[in-house]
Design a protein around this ligand. Structure first.
Ligand code: PMP
Ligand code: GLU
Length: 378
């Protein structure tokens, strides 16, 4: 027996492919896993220490649903300084992972029949989050650089929110101030909410990250989501957060209180260290990601594969329509080259011509992947 709402939700393709790659590796095959979006770096030692110390200090009990005071304060200061959002600790809710922040926010804002706009190929979990709420996704178009075009055409009387992600998973696109202004104008004119998932904000190359919530008129209609998984290599710790209008935070907190309760107490202590401690590891990881991006993108381009140079995140999203499209290409990559990648169709209908390849792997493995791809294409 299963409810209709759950039965309509498909498995996370990224997690499915990652599990498959691990299984194949266990069976003795040398699969290069470029399927999942997970930094291959270890969590910085100072952060691990803070988590361990917290356990030793006996912080192994429940925490407040919205998070421990010290972490909410550190996050609020970060959001003020770096993101130009005028928030206090009271305006911050901590979640077990940014995924939960997205999920809870969408449930708090959307109801049966409402529409949520996604801008071109978008992260695999957004549409299922909307489906859980009883709402529907309307797909906005993007140009060849994955920038929104004619977004106004997606707005109907039922539109409730625009869910955006810059730097973007899977395209790597970074929205500049002009594009953010266009989105914010639409939101203000049509009285919409914007949910801005900024989890890749620090994995950005030669560009500036701007939080749409800092633009005029956006303060009371933006929910900004972020987390520790990507920039601090803390995927397994499960720590994220959101800020937004007090009313939205109230309902998100209520949902958390009846589901996950709160993020793990000692993990939150590690989060305080991540934000307040030295940031050199973040810088070093970004520099390494940038080298890998160049290595991989130029490598693909040399083989005649159409591939943009992404401005952020750690994915390349080449157009493989001339090789049969994303599904066929990803299948071939796994069978013929033992490379796990995610077909673009997992990110919505606009992704069908593409394949997402994560370059969160060592340069050595990426070079090996390029050799295998070249051989496969010959
Ligand atoms: N948003 C985007 C765009 C992501 O790629 C991810 C990666 N899983 C998440 C949110 C969720 O991150 P986490 O739950 O690990 O904090
Ligand atoms: N966000 C990552 C990805 O897109 C991790 C997997 C997931 O949470 O879906 O691969």
């Amino acid at each position: 027996m299963v409810s209709e709402r759950i039965a309509n939700i498909h498995e996370s393709t990224t997690l499915k492919i990652s599990a498959m790659a691990k299984k194949l590796n266990k069976s003795g095959l040398d699969v290069i896993d470029l399927g999942v979006g997970e930094p291959d770096f270890a969590t910085p030692q100072n952060i691990c220490e803070a988590g361990c110390n917290s356990i030793r200090n006996g912080e192994t009990h429940y925490a407040p649903t919205s998070g421990i005071a010290e972490l909410r304060q550190a996050i609020a200061e970060k959001l003020c300084d770096e993101n130009k959002l005028a928030v206090t600790a009271d305006d911050v809710v901590v979640t077990p992972g940014a995924k939960m922040a997205v999920f809870a926010t969408v449930q708090a804002l959307m109801q049966e029949g409402d529409e949520c706009v996604l801008i071109g190929p978008s992260w695999v979990s957004y549409e299922p989050c909307v489906a859980f709420s009883g709402g529907h996704v309307v797909w906005g178009q993007v140009d060849e650089d994955f920038m929104p075009v004619d977004l106004a055409e997606t707005i109907t009387r039922k539109t409730k929110l625009i869910l955006m992600n810059s730097p973007c998973n899977p395209t790597g696109a970074v929205f500049d101030r002009k594009i953010l202004k266009e989105i914010s104008d639409l939101a203000v004119d049509h009285d919409l909410f914007v949910v801005s998932d900024e989890i890749y904000e620090k994995i950005i190359y030669d560009r500036e990250h701007i939080s749409i919530g800092s633009l005029p008129g956006m303060e009371d209609r933006t929910v900004t989501i972020n987390g520790f998984s990507k920039c601090y290599a803390m995927t397994g710790w499960r720590l994220g957060y959101l800020t937004g209008p007090k009313e939205t935070l109230k309902w998100v907190t209520r949902l958390l209180s009846h589901s996950v309760s709160q993020a793990t107490t000692f993990v939150q202590r590690a989060g305080v260290e991540a934000l307040r401690g030295p940031q050199d590891a973040v810088k070093a990881m970004r520099a390494e990601f940038c080298d890998r991006r160049d290595l991989f993108v130029y490598g693909l381009q040399r083989m005649g594969i159409i591939c943009n140079l992404p401005g952020g995140a750690f994915y390349v999203f080449p157009n493989v329509s001339k090789f049969g499209g994303g599904d066929v290409f990803a299948d071939k990559l796994l069978k013929d080259a033992l490379i796990a990648a995610t077909p673009g169709s997992a990110f919505g209908p606009g992704g069908a011509d593409y394949v997402r390849i994560s370059y969160a792997a060592s340069q050595e493995r990426l070079k090996e992947a390029l050799v295998r791809i070249e051989k496969m294409l010959k």
